[in-house]
Design a protein around this ligand. Structure first.
Ligand code: GDP
Ligand code: ZN
Length: 333
């Protein structure tokens, strides 16, 4: 009886000591990763405070084949202890946007996690965005099951034939189901519409250098004061640019993920067999093809080729399907 009481007291004292020391060392909060530099991560806590965090070494081993275990958009647990702030847990992700690491071919780089929509900004002039680039982007975004939006910027610069081309592209992409907005940051045209589409959402914004991404973000959120082309393209010439994304909060709600140095997203592990799934209008017609495994290239009884002939499927979209098919692998690696 006596020894039992003693043991109990010991356990009480010991656990009391343990719990109180645990409480003083560890203070855990959930937060959103808004910036990543590779070794440091900036995390926004529920109070709005931003803290710089490191990650626990073990994530590096656990992160399967990715060069960065934590990405912007990740919801994480942050432990605040005597050594500083440490990311101790990554919450399950709704989606990730990945690109193959340029240096380590077998590794990939997570550009962003938990994205609501992917915006591609394109221009028909100064510079000209090639439709193949648009379609590659849309295929990548479809493969991630993330909604895509197209902003056609610099419409103030378009000639009358370029305006016709713009109308054609917008009608093609709208008919497939993509939201399109024709904007001019310079003339403040449809910037409110663009802003409304970004509000209360986490959007990743991509596009060739010089199309006006930074200008649009600055027009929507002047306090961000991002560098625009004249300066940034000068710095980019011939240099390796960083590929770490940053999330900019919008004062009316939502975040824009800016991916400096990244024009579009790679087609990550897409096979020839599944490519047509990521062209919504081709996929829709493929159910009527004679052969269930029709590649829509040469097969008899191909409903897709028939729809192209009848102008139901846009010919340039189909040609881009064939082009992307050519450099797509056969099977899952
Ligand atoms: P980014 O590389 O996509 O971020 O492009 P920037 O925002 O740096 O813009 C590139 C250049 O295009 C800058 O000189 C901008 O002033 C200019 N620009 C941006 N939007 C428009 C537009 O709607 N019309 C015209 N004419 N110029 C624009
Ligand atoms: Zn077919």
């Amino acid at each position: 009886m006596h020894s039992f009481g003693c043991a109990l007291a010991f356990i009480r004292i010991y656990s009391g000591f343990f719990l109180s020391s645990f409480a003083t060392i560890v203070n855990m909060q959930q937060g959103l990763v808004i910036k990543s530099t590779g070794s440091w991560y900036q995390v926004q806590l529920p109070s709005g405070t931003k803290v710089n965090c490191r990650i626990r070494g073990k994530f590096r081993q656990q992160g399967i084949k990715t060069t960065n275990p934590v990405s912007v958009g990740d919801i994480v647990d942050v432990e605040q202890n005597k050594d500083g702030n440490v990311i101790s847990h990554i919450h399950p992700r709704e989606n990730i946007i990945v690109r193959r690491s340029p240096n380590l071919s077998k590794q990939s780089h997570i550009l962003a996690a938990n994205v609501d929509q992917a915006v591609l900004m394109v221009t028909l002039t100064a510079p000209k965005t090639h439709p193949l680039f648009i379609d590659r982007f849309l295929v990548a975004v479809e493969s991630y099951s993330i909604p895509a939006v197209l902003f056609f910027n610099k419409i103030d610069l378009l000639s009358s034939s370029q305006k016709q081309e713009l109308d054609h592209l917008i009608s093609v992409y709208r008919s497939i189901g993509y939201t399109c907005v024709a904007t001019s940051v310079k003339e403040d045209h449809h910037i409110q519409e663009a802003h409304a589409l970004l509000q209360n959402k986490i959007s990743i914004v991509a596009g060739n250098s010089g199309v006006g991404k930074s200008s649009l973000i600055n027009a929507i959120e002047p306090s961000l004061n991002l560098k625009t082309a004249a300066i940034s393209s000068y710095h980019e010439t011939g240099k390796h640019t960083t590929t770490f994304a940053e999330m900019h909060p919008l004062s009316k709600g939502g975040y824009i993920i800016d991916t400096p140095g990244i024009r579009g997203f790679g087609l990550y592990e897409i096979t020839k067999e599944e490519l047509s799934h990521y062209f919504p209008e081709i996929f829709q017609h493929s159910h009527e093809c004679k052969f269930y495994n029709c590649s829509h290239v040469h097969e008899p009884g191909c409903a897709v080729i028939e729809a192209v002939k009848e102008n139901i499927i846009d010919e340039e979209r189909y040609i881009n399907y064939l082009r992307i098919l050519e450099d797509t692998g056969e099977k899952h690696r």
